[in-house]
Design a protein around this ligand. Structure first.
Ligand code: 26Q
Length: 823
C-alpha cells in the first residue's frame, strides 16, 4: 500500500471510530438517538467520545510521572479562566478534522454544537487566563505539572446590559454537568478553621503547639484533564469543592441541634460557591481569605500525600521534587501552612522547616497598583487561622533580625519591610510575606519587573539581588490562533508548514511575503471574512448593523480607570463632534467595539459602561454620521467571545497609563491575529513594539518616566481642559442630557473623575497624543497594501509571545524542571 493510501485509510478509520463513538454515547450515555438528539445532546455525546481519548492520555501520563518520580511544578491559582474545552481538546489531540467530518456525515455541524458548551469562567481576566495558557503550554512541553485552584459553583457573573447599564446575573456553568471533569472522592482532604492554639511542653522541654479547630471542612477534588498539543502529555487541573465534613458536627447534632448543624453545613459549602468579581482591588472579606486558605491547604496536603507515597517521612527530597508557583499573593497563605505542617505535624525544627519552605515557593507579582496589593487584618487571620498568625509573627521576627544586620538601627526600613503593617488596625502584607517566603519572585513584563525592583521591592532586591526577576507573559497560539482563526491558520500552514503552533518563531518566515500583493490580498480577504462573521454575531447580539469594510477597532479587557476605556470614549465623542461641525470631515468608516465587565461595586467603571452605551445609542442612530462611526458594546465579554472578536480586529486598543498595566495579554492575542496596536509604552506593549518594529505599531502618550515627572511637578487636569477646546467641549457634553435624554448630568461623574482630585490615570494629559495616533491609523488604513503589510508583519513577529517561551523561561530561571515524555 502506498503511504498516502495508508494515511487515507488510517484517517478514514479514525473518522469512523469517532462516528461510532459519538453514536454509541448518544445511545448508551444519553439515552437518545440520532433522530431525537438536539445540539446539546450531540455536544455531550461528542464530548464523551473525545474524553475517551483524553482519559487514555491521562492514564498513561500519570503512570509515567509516577514511575519516573519526577520533579513537578504545582501552579497555585485562585483563577483558571479555561473558556470552552471542546475545540481546544480536539485540536490538541489532532482530532478536529476527523470529528468535523464524522459529524458532517451524521448531519451535524461541529461549529454549531460547540456553541452549546458554557465557558468555564473561573477567573476574572488576565491573571486567570494566563494560568489557563500556562497549563496548556506545560502539557505541550511534556512538563510534569499540576494546576491547583477552586471549583467555584458560580464563575464570573454573566453580564446583561439593560438600558445601557450593566446588570450582574449568576453564572451557572455546571447546571447541566461538565463533561470534562472527573470527581475524585478517593482524594478528599480535610482542612481546619477557627478555634484556638494550645501550647504544650514536651518531655524534653520542647514547646509543642496544638491547634484545636472550631470547624472542619472537606475538600472534594475535581480533575480537569489538560491535553498538550500533540496529545501525548495529559496533565491535570485539580479544583477543590468545599463540603461539610461528615463527622464534625456530631456534638451539635446529638444535642438536638439539627438546625444548627445544617447551618454549619451551609457555611462549609459556601466556601467554593462564588468567584469574587473584583480584580485589582483588595476586598478584605473573610470568606475570600477562607477560600484562599481552603484551596491552598487542600492542595498542599494533596502534594504531601503524593510525596509521602514515594519518600515516606523523609523530608530531605521535598524541595527537590516539589516547586509551587504562587499566582499572585492569593495563595500566599500556603507559606505559613507548609511551615505549620512541617513544625507541628512533622515536628521539624524551625530552621529545617524554613529551609524546605523557602526552597519550595516562588511568587509571581501581577500588579503595582497599591489598592491591589493584598493585606489582611491580623485580627481576621487570628480568628480564622490562629496558628498561622503565630507563624507569620515568627517569620517576621526572624526576618527583622536579618534586616537589622543589613540596615542597623534603621526603623524606617524595618517598618517598610515588615510583614506586619502597624496602624489603627494591624495588617498582614501578603506581598512581603511572599517575597520573604519564596526563592524567586517575578514580574510579568520587562518594564513591570524593572518597576517591581525599583519601586515596589527595592530593599528586598538589595538584600537578595538574585531573587527578583522577569518572565514576560505569553499566550497559547493553539487557542489564540489555530483554533480561533482557522482560515488564517490554514493560510499560514500553506506558506510555512504546519509546525508553527509548536515553534511560533517560525511565523517570522511570513515576513518575506509581507510585500507580496497576492499574499496581502489572501491575508486581508481572511480578515474580511472574519469581520463578516463578527458582524453577524454583533447583529444577533445587539441588533446593530455594522459594515465589515469599516475599520474594526477593538478594546476588550476588564473595565478599569487605569485601562482608560474612557480615553477611547472621549476620542469617539471628539470624532463625532468633528463630523457634526464639518459634514465633509474625512475619515475612514470605523466601528468601535468594546467588551468589558466592571466589578459590581466599582461605581465609576459601571458609569463608563453606561456612557459607552449611551454615546453608542446616539451616534449609531444619528443620520448625520452617515455610518462613518458605529459604537458597539458587546455584552458578557468572556473567553468564547474573545475568540470571535480577535480574528476580526483591525486595531487593538492598549491604552493604559504608562506604568499601570503589568503586562497585558490581549495585546498579544490581537497582534498575533494581525491587528495593529494603538498603545502606550506600558507593560508588554513595549516588547511588542520592539518585536514588530516602530513602523508597525502606533505608540502614543507619556512614558513611565514622564508620568513620574508629571506627578512630581503636579498634574493639573484643568490646564488641558482650558487649553484644548475639543477636550473642553467633549467633557462639557457629558454634563448635558444630549446622550441621556431627560437625564442631564447622568454622565457627569466621568467628567468629574477626570478634572477633580487630580485623576491618577492622567487621561487628559494623553488625549492629544492619542488623538494624533488615531489620525495616523485613519490615514494608514487608506493605503490597503501598506496596511496589509503591517498586519502581516504583526502576525509574523509575534513568535516571542507564545506561552511556551514563557514556560521555558520559568523552567530555566525558576523551576529547573525536566521533561517527562510519555510513551
Ligand atoms: C484580590 C483580593 C480579593 C478579591 C479579588 C482579588 C483579585 C482578583 C483578581 C485581585 C486581582 C485579580 C486579577 C488581576 C489580574 O488579572 N492582573 C493582570 O494579570 C495579567 C497576567 O499577568 C497581566 O497581563 C495584567 O496586566 C494584569 O492586570
Amino acid at each position: 500500500m502506498s503511504r498516502t493510501t495508508k494515511e487515507k485509510n488510517v484517517s478514514m478509520s479514525s473518522k469512523n471510530v469517532i462516528k461510532e463513538a459519538i453514536v454509541r454515547h448518544l445511545h448508551c450515555s444519553l439515552g437518545t438517538d440520532e433522530n431525537k438528539a438536539n445540539n446539546h445532546a450531540w455536544w455531550k455525546a461528542t464530548c464523551a467520545s473525545v474524553q475517551e481519548h483524553v482519559l487514555e492520555g491521562l492514564r498513561k501520563t500519570q503512570k509515567s510521572h509516577y514511575f519516573n518520580d519526577t520533579r513537578a511544578v504545582h501552579y497555585f491559582s485562585a483563577e483558571f479562566l479555561m473558556g470552552r474545552l471542546m475545540s481546544n481538546n480536539l485540536h490538541n489531540l489532532g482530532l478536529f478534522e476527523h470529528t468535523d467530518q464524522a459529524l458532517k456525515e451524521l448531519g451535524v455541524n461541529l461549529t454549531d454544537i460547540m456553541e452549546e458548551e458554557p465557558d468555564m469562567a473561573l477567573g476574572n481576566g488576565g491573571l486567570g487566563r494566563l494560568a489557563a495558557c500556562f497549563i496548556d503550554s506545560l502539557a505541550t512541553l511534556d512538563l510534569p505539572a499540576v494546576g491547583y485552584g477552586l471549583h467555584y459553583e458560580h464563575g464570573l457573573f454573566r453580564q446583561e446590559i439593560k438600558n445601557g447599564e450593566q446588570i450582574e446575573r449568576p453564572d451557572s456553568w455546571r447546571d447541566y454537568g461538565n463533561p470534562w471533569e472527573i470527581c475524585r472522592p478517593e482524594s478528599i482532604q480535610e482542612i481546619s478553621l477557627f478555634g484556638y492554639v494550645e501550647t504544650k511542653y514536651g518531655e524534653n522541654g520542647k514547646i509543642q503547639k496544638e491547634w484545636h479547630p472550631g470547624m472542619i471542612v472537606k475538600g472534594l477534588p475535581w480533575d480537569i484533564p489538560v491535553v498538550g498539543y500533540g496529545g501525548k502529555t495529559v496533565n491535570v487541573l485539580r479544583l477543590w469543592q468545599s463540603q461539610a465534613s461528615r463527622y464534625f458536627n456530631w456534638d451539635v447534632f446529638n444535642a438536638g441541634g439539627y438546625v444548627d448543624a445544617q447551618k454549619e453545613n451551609v457555611q462549609a459549602e459556601t466556601i467554593s460557591k462564588v468567584l469574587y468579581p473584583n480584580d485589582e482591588t483588595e476586598a478584605g472579606k473573610e470568606l475570600r481569605l477562607i477560600q484562599q486558605y481552603f484551596f491552598s491547604s487542600c492542595s498542599l496536603k494533596d502534594i504531601i500525600r503524593r510525596y509521602k507515597r514515594a519518600h515516606g517521612d523523609d523530608w530531605s527530597a521535598f524541595s527537590a521534587q516539589v516547586v509551587i508557583q504562587l499566582n499572585d499573593t492569593h495563595p500566599a497563605i500556603a507559606i505559613p501552612e507548609l511551615m505549620r505542617i512541617l513544625l507541628d505535624r512533622a515536628e521539624l525544627d524551625w530552621d529545617s522547616a524554613w529551609a524546605i519552605s523557602t526552597k519550595t515557593f516562588a511568587y509571581t507579582n501581577h500588579t503595582l497598583l497599591p489598592e491591589a496589593l493584598e493585606k489582611w487584618p491580623a485580627r481576621m487571620i487570628e480568628k480564622i487561622l490562629p496558628r498561622h498568625l503565630e507563624i507569620i509573627y515568627e517569620i517576621n521576627h526572624r526576618f527583622m533580625a536579618q534586616v537589622e544586620q543589613v540596615w542597623p538601627g534603621d526603623d524606617k526600613v524595618k517598618q517598610k519591610l515588615s510583614i506586619i503593617e502597624e496602624g489603627d488596625e494591624k495588617m498582614v502584607r501578603m506581598g512581603n510575606l511572599s517575597v520573604i517566603g519564596s526563592f524567586a519572585v517575578n514580574g510579568v513584563a520587562e518594564i513591570h519587573s524593572a518597576l517591581v525592583k525599583k519601586n515596589l521591592f527595592p530593599e528586598f532586591d538589595k538584600m537578595w539581588p538574585e531573587k527578583l526577576t522577569n518572565v514576560t507573559n505569553g499566550i497559547t497560539p493553539r487557542r489564540w490562533l489555530k483554533a480561533c482563526n482557522p482560515k488564517l491558520s490554514s493560510l499560514i500552514s500553506e506558506k510555512i508548514g504546519d509546525d508553527w503552533p509548536l515553534h511560533l518563531e517560525k511565523l517570522n518566515e511570513l515576513s518575506q511575503h509581507a510585500d507580496n500583493l497576492k499574499f496581502q490580498k489572501q491575508f486581508m480577504k481572511i480578515k474580511h471574512e472574519n469581520k463578516v462573521d463578527l458582524a453577524k454575531e454583533v447583529l444577533a447580539l445587539t441588533g446593530i448593523k455594522i459594515n465589515p469594510k469599516a475599520i474594526f477597532d477593538v478594546q476588550i479587557k476588564r473595565l478599569h480607570e487605569y485601562k482608560r476605556q474612557h480615553l477611547n470614549l472621549l476620542h469617539i465623542m471628539a470624532l463625532y463632534r468633528r463630523l457634526l461641525e464639518n459634514p465633509d470631515y474625512q475619515m475612514q468608516p470605523r466601528v468601535f467595539l468594546f467588551g468589558a465587565k466592571a466589578a459590581p461595586g466599582y461605581k465609576l467603571a459601571k458609569d463608563i459602561i453606561y456612557a459607552i452605551n449611551q454615546v453608542a445609542e446616539k451616534i449609531n442612530n444619528d443620520k448625520r454620521v452617515n455610518d462613518k462611526i458605529k459604537v458597539v458594546f458587546l455584552p458578557n465579554y468572556r473567553v468564547s467571545l474573545a475568540e470571535k472578536m480577535i480574528p476580526a480586529a483591525d486595531v487593538s486598543e492598549q491604552i493604559s497609563t504608562a506604568g499601570k498595566e503589568a503586562s497585558g495579554t490581549g495585546n498579544m492575542k490581537l497582534s498575533l491575529n494581525g491587528a495593529l496596536t494603538v498603545g502606550t509604552l506600558d507593560g508588554a506593549n513595549i516588547e511588542i513594539a520592539e518585536e514588530v518594529g516602530d513602523e508597525n505599531i502606533f505608540i502614543f502618550g507619556l512614558t513611565v518616566d514622564e508620568v513620574h515627572q508629571l506627578d512630581e511637578k503636579g498634574y493639573k487636569p484643568f490646564d488641558y481642559y482650558y487649553q484644548n477646546s475639543e477636550i473642553k467641549a467633549v467633557l462639557d457634553w457629558l454634563e448635558t442630557d444630549y446622550f441621556t435624554p431627560g437625564k442631564p448630568g447622568a454622565l457627569a461623574s466621568i467628567k468629574r473623575s477626570l478634572l477633580e482630585g487630580g485623576d491618577p490615570y492622567k487621561v487628559l494629559a494623553d488625549f492629544e497624543s492619542y488623538s494624533a495616533a488615531q489620525s495616523l491609523v485613519d490615514k494608514a488604513y487608506g493605503d490597503k497594501s501598506a496596511w496589509a503589510k503591517m498586519a502581516i508583519l504583526n502576525t509574523a513577529r509575534m513568535g516571542k509571545f507564545t506561552s511556551d517561551r514563557s514556560i521555558q523561561d520559568y523552567v530555566q530561571k525558576i523551576w529547573k524542571l525536566d521533561k517527562c515524555v510519555v510513551e
